[in-house]
Design a binder for this molecule. Structure first.
Ligand SMILES: *Cc1c(COP(=O)(O)O)cnc(C)c1O
Length: 235
């Protein structure tokens, strides 16, 4: 990473999101920025927080818990878990995060629901959809999505907020838009099936495809590299 100045990269990311919303003819507050801080030190999160960023996304449970402990004085701060979630980590996530974007099977949802501490209120959940088949092994298929959504909507300690996807990398705006359009249509379908669910979130768009996601209705864009610079370890 070469001389990243966080105040500049964060300002540039905000401008980029504002420009994308403007180009899409959407209101300036129609999507917000989730700062993906995986592999980055707590000190960078603290700096971003002091620059006004409040929502952070983490992928690795133990790494996230360590950083949360170090940053316990920051209030308010909203932690989103966005990485693959194994059964043996659900308790930590249920106890230490406000949001989970990567729920893709009922067993994980059930454990999060059972393990969510009453005092924290419901856990906000997005279902991760495998929208371009080969992109990632994670994610529920579009075929299995309605049944999973119905099951999650019935769990009292989870709040079904929407859908998340990580499409296969694609070049060009139109190619990038296609999977995001499918995710938007899947959310519209769920709205009809589950009118009582608080479905207001499309978690889509990363550093390489933010503009395409915003054109298709993203409400939460997950930016890592564009804010914190290239990652070296692990990813
Ligand atoms: C790492 C990651 C991001 C951020 O990716 P960038 O390309 O660095 O913006 C977003 N979403 C998920 C699920 C991630 O794992």
């Amino acid at each position: 990473m070469t001389d990243l100045v966080l105040s500049e990269s964060l300002a540039a990311a905000r401008t980029r999101l504002a420009d994308a919303l403007d180009a899409a003819g959407r209101p300036a507050d129609a999507a917000r920025l989730l700062a993906v801080s995986k592999t980055k030190p707590a000190a960078m999160i603290r700096e971003a927080w002091h620059l006004g960023q409040r929502e952070f996304g983490e992928n690795y449970v133990q790494e996230a818990l360590d950083k949360q402990a170090e940053l316990a004085d920051l209030d308010p701060i909203v932690w989103h878990f966005i990485g693959p979630l194994q059964s043996n980590k659900t308790r930590d996530v249920a106890e230490h995060f406000a949001w989970v974007h990567s729920v893709d099977r009922e067993k994980i949802a059930r454990r999060l629901n059972d393990q969510r501490p009453e005092a924290l209120g419901p856990l906000d959940v997005c279902l991760q959809v495998n929208i371009s088949d080969e992109a990632s092994k994670s994610g529920v298929s579009l075929e299995a999505l309605p049944a999973l959504a119905e099951a999650v909507q019935a769990m009292p300690h989870l709040r079904l907020r929407g859908l998340m996807a990580i499409p296969a990398p694609a070049e060009g705006l139109n190619a990038q838009r296609a999977p995001f359009a499918r995710l938007r249509e899947a959310l519209e379908d769920l709205h009809e099936r589950l009118p009582e669910a608080p479905l207001d979130t499309l978690s889509m768009g990363m550093s390489a495809d933010l503009e395409a996601a915003v054109l298709e209705g993203a409400t939460l864009v997950r930016l890592g590299t564009a804010i914190f610079g290239e990652r070296t370890a692990r990813d």
